[in-house]
Design a protein around this ligand. Structure first.
Ligand SMILES: Cc1cc2nc3c(=O)[nH]c(=O)nc-3n(C[C@H](O)[C@H](O)[C@H](O)COP(=O)(O)OP(=O)(O)OC[C@H]3O[C@@H](n4cnc5c(N)ncnc54)[C@H](O)[C@@H]3O)c2cc1C
Length: 391
């Protein structure tokens, strides 16, 4: 059996960062992954340009049962440190809205950079390798049984990611390992995912598919403002993906369709000047939206006859539009999964499990989910970096 100081399962964002850090400390490191290519999610991320971090990373951008958990690692490895790494590798990038940083030449450069770092640090990466079983040894360390033979390691780092995008080889293997060693796994659900409407709404959305509007969505005490995209199945676009992290079945989302406008004042003005509601709606969005909206929500009398109360109610319909999504588009279309290995049972400094010495969990396999905007990768880098100092 080949011996290593640390075996890392998962050659994704967190696993590769951790491998390079541990390798630079002089540890003998092996990264195992069952996929034919490393870091497949990085390759497709950010529309192929990888939104690799954000200039405004704060603990509030993360969802976890234990909100204090993310603080230590995020403080010890900031977005600036990752930006320095990117610059050292001469990767060009640009800042888009909300402090989001994207590569200019493509996500493949981030993978190449991480692989190069692993190479320089002497960490081995072995792909196409299925891990069948993991056993703790009585005198410390682990035996890792794989399709390519067995390995012995003092430290075992689980970096197998979340459940989103199963076609890119996402599995619940990390959760299985956690349960095997007695750790709690918080229930999982798709996150950063389109919201689906069935029944009577389906045709309505389908007719408007392709429409994009800059809106504000309020949900669970949070307000997000960005583009909303209407699809054949319901709603998508950055603002909807953000909201989906907080959406629970049976709950509504509340949309302000015109966040820059004083809608009630404008309705009163339309009434005073005998102007057309449909024309005003067309000007604010599109003719197609105006027609669809007025079919769904007709004003049952002429504007001129509406009382102030009736105008107020109509304005609220546009600024506090309550919708009840019926489902999410599921893991196939999700960017992340919420839930995962309980952060109360893992050290926030070392990422070692409190139940089994030498066993570590990093990245998305943990119950830590970031907002849209580069926060999930920053979590992968920060947790991988912290663990790489000790594993
Ligand atoms: C379409 C899409 C776009 C995204 N865009 C962005 C973005 O622009 N910015 C951002 O911050 N985040 C983005 N994300 C989220 C981000 O990709 C993840 O949060 C991040 O990759 C998690 O890193 P990780 O290392 O924990 O897991 P991953 O990167 O998912 O890596 C896990 C690795 O483990 C391997 N693995 C799984 N099971 C096993 C097993 N049983 N045996 C061996 N190996 C296994 C997988 O093959 C994979 O290589 C996006 C996600 C998707 C799906």
């Amino acid at each position: 059996m080949k011996q290593y100081d640390a075996v890392i399962v998962g050659a994704g964002a967190a696993g590769l960062m951790c491998a390079a850090q541990a390798g630079y400390r002089g540890r003998q490191v092996l990264v195992l992954d069952h996929a034919p290519k490393a870091a497949a999610k990085i390759r497709i991320s950010g529309g192929g340009k990888c939104n690799f971090t954000n200039l405004n990373v704060k603990p509030e951008h993360y969802i976890t049962q234990n909100p204090h958990f993310v603080k230590s690692a995020l403080a010890r490895y900031s977005s600036n440190q990752f930006i320095e790494l990117v610059e050292r590798h001469a990767i060009d990038y640009e800042e888009r809205t909300h402090g989001q940083l994207f590569t200019l030449q493509g996500a493949g450069q981030i993978i190449q950079m991480l692989r190069q770092e692993c190479d320089w640090a002497g960490a081995d990466i072995q792909l196409n390798t299925r891990v069948s079983q993991v056993k703790a040894q009585a005198d410390g360390g682990f035996i890792i049984q794989t399709s390519e033979g067995d390995y012995v390691a003092q430290s075992l780092v689980v970096a197998t990611g979340g459940l989103a995008y199963p076609k890119l080889k996402a599995t619940d293997f990390g959760h299985q390992i956690a349960r095997q060693f007695g750790l709690n796994v918080m229930p999982c659900r798709p996150g950063l995912v389109p919201l689906v409407f069935k029944s009577s709404w389906k045709d309505w959305f389908s007719d408007l598919s392709g429409l994009s509007m800059d809106v504000e969505i309020r949900i669970a005490g949070y307000t997000f403002r960005e583009a909303m995209l209407v699809t054949h199945h319901g709603l998508s676009g950055p603002v909807v993906l953000q909201a989906s992290n907080y959406w629970q079945p049976g709950q509504p989302i509340e949309i302000n369709l015109f966040p820059d406008n004083d809608v009630l004042a404008e309705l009163k003005q339309l009434k005073a000047q005998s102007l057309s509601l449909s024309k005003w709606l067309s000007q604010l969005s599109t003719k197609r939206f105006s027609q669809a909206w007025l079919t769904k929500y007709p004003l049952d009398k002429a504007l001129a006859e509406c009382t102030d109360k009736e105008l107020q109610d109509y304005a609220l319909g546009l600024t506090q539009w309550r919708l009840y999504p019926e489902d999410t588009a599921g893991y196939d279309k999700a960017e992340v999964s919420l839930g995962g290995v309980d952060t109360n049972e893992v050290s926030s400094k070392t990422f070692e499990s409190t139940k089994q010495s030498g066993l570590y969990f990093i990245g998305e396999v943990l119950d830590v989910t970031g907002h849209l905007g580069g926060f999930n990768f920053q979590w992968a880098w920060a947790s991988g970096y912290a663990c790489g100092q000790v594993c």
